[in-house]
Ligand binder design. Structure first.
Ligand SMILES: [Zn+2]
Length: 403
């Protein structure tokens, strides 16, 4: 069983109801449309309650940002998707959406039971990070993590470098989207010498782009070179029967494979269905206190069901079908019709996600990575359809016990 109640979070729009939730899980944000500064104030006020609760459980899920899509969504204070699994004093981050790393740092600092040093040591316990795929709404906060990390706990000789795992180079260019019945047109490649870099190259290129800042910090503040703070790894796909290429078989039927292991967690991965992006990973964290799966971006996919089988919690992306209908109203031409179909095939609708969770047999389904980012509870509640377990709608700065 998961240690939180979905209804409480769905209605946690006042400080009173949020504190009522504190006994089973804690939401730091209150008003759906509060300003960031308001969320910070609330984080400070609930810090003691969070720290007290964290002492009683070893494994927590922390939702930093919860919005999906490469957009600054209006009428919401949700930041871009970024989450963390917290096991005692160790933490593991999944993805780095816009503003999401700031949210994770806020949450980790609030959950810390150690000395409060402002926000300066919030990332001290972060051992590893896992990128699901290379879309910008999952990676754009990497510079913030790497560079602000110098002053937020990642410059820690005694604990070693942060280990970042993610997709390797795609290797072949994605196909050019072509509506049915039309002839494909040519599209010139951007950065033709290196059009599909993976995680390791992305980190190297980002750090190189910030060399002026880094050299200043090293020479003026005595900071260590960045390779002492972070080490990036391209995940090597195992041999999969039936896999031909990223464009023809982006999500072949496969078994989960190991990515990372230490004394707190064992992390495994599988390919989701987010074509034409490739690879798109889902991750499973197994701890002594249970298991959680992050779907990453994916359409309905048997691989996700396989990875999540028997897990306690499935954190799954979701898209609101009525939003897609609003964005692409009737009267569509071939292009907009194709775009609409593409959007729906590479993501999972609120009407589909419950069945995925039911088939996986998880106790709790947490909806996350909302498209649109300002989706309302009423638009998301149909996710309960077909699912007999507990439904939770994630909020920025929601912390919940794994079970
Ligand atoms: Zn994506």
């Amino acid at each position: 069983m998961c240690g939180c109640l979905g209804e409480l979070f769905r209605h946690a729009s006042s400080r009173r109801s949020a504190l009522a939730a504190a006994a089973v899980g804690i939401s730091l944000t209150q008003a759906a449309y509060a300003a960031v500064t308001e969320a910070e104030r609330e984080a400070g006020e609930t810090r003691e309650a969070l720290a007290a609760a964290a002492q009683g459980a070893r494994t927590w899920l922390l939702f930093g940002g919860t919005a999906g899509g490469p957009s600054f969504w209006p009428n919401t204070d949700r930041m871009g998707v970024s989450s963390a699994v917290v096991v005692g004093d160790a933490a593991y981050i999944v993805d780095a959406g816009s503003g999401g790393i700031r949210r994770v740092a806020q949450g980790l600092e609030a959950m810390s039971t150690g000395p409060k040093l402002g926000n300066t040591q919030a990332l001290r316990g972060v051992r590893a990070m896992f990128l699901t795929h290379m879309h910008s709404d999952h990676t754009v906060d990497l510079p913030a993590l790497l560079l602000f990390g110098y002053y937020t706990g990642l410059d820690r000789p005694e604990r070693g470098a942060l280990q970042i795992y993610g997709p390797g180079p795609r290797g072949e260019m994605a196909p050019i989207f072509t509506p049915p019945g039309q002839v494909a047109k040519d599209v010139a490649a951007f950065s033709p010498g290196n059009p599909t870099p993976g995680t390791r190259e992305m980190i190297e290129l980002l750090l190189a782009a910030y060399a002026t800042d880094i050299n200043d910090r090293m020479r003026d503040n005595g900071k260590r070179p960045p390779e002492k703070l972070v080490q990036a790894h391209d995940i090597v796909l195992p041999k999969v029967d039936g896999f031909l290429s990223p464009n023809t078989t982006p999500s072949p039927v496969m078994e989960p494979f190991g990515v990372y292991e230490d004394d707190r967690v064992r992390v495994s991965a599988i390919l989701g269905q987010h074509a034409p992006i490739f690879p798109a990973f889902a991750y499973r964290f197994d701890t002594d206190e249970g298991s959680v799966v992050f779907s990453g971006d994916t359409g309905p996919c048997d691989n996700i069901v396989r990875l999540a089988a028997g897990a306690d919690v499935l954190v799954h992306e979701v898209i609101v079908t009525s939003y897609v209908d609003r964005a692409f109203p009737p009267g569509r031409d071939l292009v907009t019709d194709g775009l609409r179909a593409h959007l729906l095939s590479a993501h999972t609708s609120v009407e589909q996600v419950g069945e995925i969770a039911e088939r996986a047999g998880v106790d709790t389904l947490v909806l996350n990575h909302f498209v649109p980012g300002n989706a309302t509870a009423d638009e998301l509640l149909p996710a309960q359809r077909g699912f007999s377990g507990k439904l939770v709608i994630a909020e920025d700065l929601l912390a919940m016990k794994l079970r």
